[in-house]
Write a protein that binds this ligand. Structure first.
Ligand code: SF4
Ligand code: SF4
Length: 447
């Protein structure tokens, strides 16, 4: 863990804070300002605080740190800023400082340590979730919530329970082959990053991704030893652990791809991922690892929508796409399309600049009508572990996002990030169902 003492002489940030002219254009887009309403919980306020700390006018104590902890790291402010302030770099440089022992209570430290010891390690997470298989998604869980029992656990554990989805049997096994051949003529060869949380809480997303890629002539290599990419810890400034996870992930690919290796000698055209929070971190391996190996790996990473849009859906795949079915089992038609609202994950939209590609892919599905939420660029409150460590603020944002998405009249919400998907499912309840765009494409192919 990266623990830096308060007396650390390194400056909090470089003078890149200077371009901020305090215009406030970023404020309406800021998720934390939206729910907390205080200047210190806005990008402008945090930049001001950073300058004051740098100038020795403000101490980074627990109170000041809490205003940085309230930031979701959604980067909507970066997209909104007309002066080009790189708040993303500022908060990334600041997060490790917030992990100093003095800045968090023992209970906060213990909860975060538990999350960082479990979430990035699929085998440990499986072991921890095994006893919950008879509870998650069952009447027992509904009874526990209804009776108020889960409230007794405290807001953080209650939030965990609220997010816990039914656990599928596929989540508890690693049954994917090392190489899945392309169907028809091979057009590309890629590696697939499964994501640690995604493979456990929504394993069908990776299955659908494989289905769509291979049907489009893409051979897929899935290193069996791959673990977490480090996104969970990266977004919280736990740099040492993130680097360990990143190096292990790169090694899992090197172990199987190359001359004499099990997946064959041919290099990969790309490393593809279907969870945008992971994609954002994977694309930062150059800066995180500061090594040629990290830079080479990062340059290969593509979000799956970005990759498919670049490659182009094959003619055969497009010709085979049929309409989706409504919740009553009726197929969509020109007169009665399935209405879908695409939810922009922050690490996709603001973090990777990807917004057109997923929409373009969804439009390939016959009789699918896309609708836009009015505040598509505002965070849903998921933000990695934010909805566990800041449950009240995250819940308020989840309700705002759910109301916005319900207002579109959509029957389906398309979400390409597992964290957002879990947060949206919690807050949409019996409202529109939530599915990954690749799941919708796979379903259209099957229909
Ligand atoms: S970060 Fe950008 S948008 Fe926000 S106050 Fe500063 S200059 Fe204005
Ligand atoms: S990253 Fe998101 S929550 Fe943090 S200051 Fe920027 S807009 Fe606000």
């Amino acid at each position: 863990m990266n623990r830096q003492p308060l007396a650390d002489p390194t400056p909090m940030v470089s003078l890149t804070t200077d371009p901020c002219v305090h215009c406030g254009f970023c404020l309406p887009t800021c998720a934390s300002y939206r729910v907390l309403g205080t200047e210190m919980d806005s990008p402008r306020g945090r930049i001001h605080a950073l300058k004051a700390i740098e100038a020795g006018e403000l101490e980074l104590d627990a109170t000041t740190a809490s205003h940085f902890d309230s930031c979701l790291g959604c980067f909507a402010c970066v997209s909104a800023c007309p002066s080009g302030v790189r708040y993303d770099e500022l908060i990334e440089a600041t997060r490790p400082k917030l992990n100093a022992l003095e800045l968090r209570s023992p209970a906060q430290r213990a909860f975060r340590a538990l999350l960082f010891a479990l979430l990035p390690y699929p085998q440990r997470l499986r072991a921890a979730l095994t006893p919950l298989r008879a509870y998650a998604g069952t009447p027992l869980q509904r009874l526990a919530r209804w009776s108020g029992l889960t409230r007794l656990l405290g807001p953080q554990l209650e939030a965990m329970d609220q997010l816990l989805p039914p656990l599928q049997p596929e989540a508890f096994r690693d049954g994917l082959p090392l190489v899945v051949p392309a169907q028809g003529e091979r057009r590309a060869r890629v590696g697939l990053v499964l994501g640690c949380v995604q493979r456990l809480f929504d394993p069908d997303v990776n299955a659908a991704t494989l289905e769509v890629l291979t049907a489009n002539g893409v051979e897929v290599v899935i290193p069996p030893a791959q673990g977490c990419c480090g996104a969970v810890t990266h977004h919280q400034g736990e740099l040492e652990q993130t680097r360990e996870l990143a190096n292990a992930l790169i090694e899992s690919f090197r172990a199987v791809v190359g001359p004499g290796k099990a997946a064959g000698p041919e290099p990969l055209d790309a490393v593809v991922v279907a969870a945008s929070g992971c994609g954002h971190t994977l694309k930062h391996y150059d800066r995180l690892l500061e090594s040629d190996q990290g830079a080479a790996f990062a340059s290969q990473v593509r979000d799956v929508h970005e990759f498919l849009a670049e490659l182009g859906l094959s003619d055969a795949f497009q010709a085979g796409l049929g309409p989706l079915t409504h919740s009553d089992g009726q197929p969509a038609s020109a007169d009665n399309p399935v209405v879908v609202a695409y939810h922009d994950a922050c690490h996709m939209l603001h973090g990777q600049g990807i917004s057109a590609e997923p929409r373009q892919l969804l439009r390939a599905i016959p009789h699918l009508q896309l609708r836009e939420a009015t505040e598509a660029g505002v965070c849903c409150g998921s933000a990695g572990i934010y909805n566990l460590v800041q449950p009240q603020e995250a819940a308020a944002l989840g309700e705002i996002k759910a109301a916005d998405l319900r207002g579109t009249g959509a029957e389906v919400v398309a979400s390409a990030n597992i964290g957002c998907t879990m947060q949206l499912r919690r807050h949409l309840g019996d409202g529109p169902r939530v599915a990954h765009p690749l799941q919708l494409l796979a379903a259209a192919q099957r229909s």
